[in-house]
Design a binder for this molecule. Structure first.
Ligand SMILES: CC(C)(COP(=O)(O)OP(=O)(O)OC[C@H]1O[C@@H](n2cnc3c(N)ncnc32)[C@H](O)[C@@H]1OP(=O)(O)O)[C@@H](O)C(=O)NCCC(=O)NCCS
Length: 267
C-alpha cells in the first residue's frame, strides 16, 4: 500500500526528478502537499522510498503528476499501484475528469488504466530578452483570468492559478493573460490564455521582455495559432508529451490555451 507523501520526501523526490531532467521545485511540492495532501503518495519498501506521485483537485477535474519510480524498481508494478491510489483519492473527492500529461515511458501504463489521448503538449524553447524590459500592462482582473482559463480547460482551477500568479508576474490584455514564472533553468511562460488569437499575440513581446535569456513553455499542439506565433519568434519544439484524460470528456478548447500553468505536473 502506498503511504502519504510527507514534506521530508520532497528533497529525495527533487533529486530524482532533476536527474530525470524535469523542471520542478520545492515550492511546487509544498503547494501540492498543502492543497490536496490526501492525493499525494510515496511507495516505501523497508527504509527505501521507491516511487512518488502527486495529484491536485481543481473543481470538477483533477490532475495527476510527478509519477516517478526509481530506475532500479521499475516494471515491478509500483507505478500502477501509485496511480490506483491517486485515482482513488481524486474519485473520492468527487472529480469527474482526471487529466495528466504522459511521457513516452508513461503512455502505456495510463492507456491500460483507461486514459484516452486528447492532444499532444509540445515543449517550446526560445530566447527572452534577459529581463531587461518590463512594460506595464493594464491591471489584471482575477475574474477575467478565471474565465479565460475555464474557457480553455472547462473547469475552474483557482488554486493552480493562484499559486502560479502569486509566484510569477502576470500581464493582462483584452480577455487574455500570461504569467511569467522564473525558475533556476530560465523563464516559463504560462499559464497563458486568450479567448481569441490576436489577444494572446499582443502579450508575447512584453512577456519576452520580462523573461530571462532561456524561455520555455508547454503548448497544446491543438493550438495552431500559438505554434505560428512562437515560430515567428524563433522558438522551436524540444520535446512532446501526450495529454490524456479519464472519465467525463472535458470541455477542452486548446485554441484558448496558449501555455500550460505548470511544466506538466499540475495542469
Ligand atoms: C513510467 C514509470 C512511472 C512506470 O513505473 P513502473 O513502476 O515501472 O510501472 P509498472 O511496473 O506499474 O508498469 C505497468 C505497465 O506500464 C507499461 N510500462 C511501464 N514502463 C514502461 C516503459 N518504459 N515502456 C513501455 N511500457 C511501460 C507496461 O505495460 C507495464 O506493464 P508490464 O511491466 O506488465 O509490461 C517509470 O518508468 C518512471 O518513473 N519513468 C521515468 C519518469 C516518467 O516518465 N514518469 C511518467 C511521467 S508521465
Amino acid at each position: 500500500m502506498p503511504s502519504r507523501f510527507l514534506s521530508s520526501d520532497i528533497a529525495p523526490f527533487l533529486r530524482l526528478a532533476l536527474a530525470e531532467g524535469w523542471i520542478c521545485g520545492k515550492w511546487e511540492m509544498e503547494f501540492l502537499l498543502q492543497a490536496f495532501p490526501q492525493g499525494c503518495f510515496v511507495k516505501r519498501t523497508g527504509n527505501k522510498t521507491l516511487g512518488y506521485i502527486s495529484t491536485l483537485r481543481h473543481d470538477k477535474s483533477g490532475w495527476i503528476g510527478n509519477l516517478l519510480v526509481s530506475s532500479e524498481a521499475r516494471r515491478g508494478g509500483i507505478g500502477s499501484e501509485l496511480m490506483q491510489a491517486a485515482l482513488q483519492a481524486l474519485l473520492e473527492a468527487g472529480v469527474e475528469t482526471v487529466w495528466l500529461t504522459a511521457s513516452a515511458k508513461g503512455v502505456e501504463l495510463y492507456r491500460k488504466l483507461g486514459f484516452i489521448p486528447i492532444d499532444s503538449i509540445n515543449r517550446w524553447v526560445g530566447e527572452g530578452r534577459g529581463g531587461s524590459g518590463w512594460s506595464p500592462s493594464p491591471p489584471c482582473d482575477w475574474e477575467v483570468i478565471r474565465l479565460v482559463d475555464k474557457a480553455g480547460w472547462g473547469d475552474h482551477r483557482d488554486a493552480l492559478l493562484d499559486v502560479a500568479i502569486s509566484r510569477g508576474q502576470v500581464m493582462c490584455g483584452n480577455y487574455s493573460f500570461v504569467c511569467i514564472q522564473h525558475w533556476q533553468q530560465g523563464t516559463q511562460l504560462g499559464p497563458w490564455g486568450a479567448i481569441i488569437e490576436g489577444q494572446a499575440a499582443s502579450l508575447l513581446d512584453p512577456a519576452l521582455a520580462a523573461s530571462a535569456r532561456h524561455v520555455f513553455l508547454d503548448v497544446p499542439s491543438g493550438n495552431l495559432a500559438a505554434a505560428a506565433l512562437l515560430t515567428r519568434k524563433g522558438f522551436s519544439i524540444k520535446g512532446s508529451n501526450t495529454l490524456m484524460y479519464l472519465g467525463a470528456r472535458p470541455k477542452y478548447a486548446p485554441q484558448k490555451v496558449f501555455a500550460l500553468a505548470s511544466m506538466g505536473s499540475m495542469g
